[in-house]
Design a protein around this ligand. Structure first.
Ligand SMILES: [Zn+2]
Length: 87
């Protein structure tokens, strides 16, 4: 039980650091699908999605607007961004 801190990764937009991101352990250990998508922000405020594997390691980082994952719990944020992209 508790929170796990993820490793620091570079922002795909500005190369700034994304650190200090913590997730609930159960959100990873009990996830139905791996990697788990974790929304985060870089030090410059860019919205990104972290792809986290079962060992709490960040496997990939994407700018939030680019992620296409209809089933994700973070869908509302991404849908809003996708709508904006469409205009
Ligand atoms: Zn950034």
């Amino acid at each position: 039980m508790g929170k796990k801190k993820l490793n620091t990764v570079p922002c795909p937009i500005c190369d700034g650091s994304i650190d200090g991101i913590a997730v609930e352990e159960e959100s990873i250990t009990e996830a139905k699908r791996i990697p788990v998508l974790v929304p985060a922000k870089c030090s410059n405020g860019h919205q990104v999605i972290l792809f986290v594997d079962k060992k709490f390691t960040v496997r990939d980082v994407e700018a939030a607007g680019k992620v296409v994952d209809e089933d994700s719990d973070e869908g509302s944020v991404n849908k809003a961004l996708k709508w904006m992209d469409g205009f």
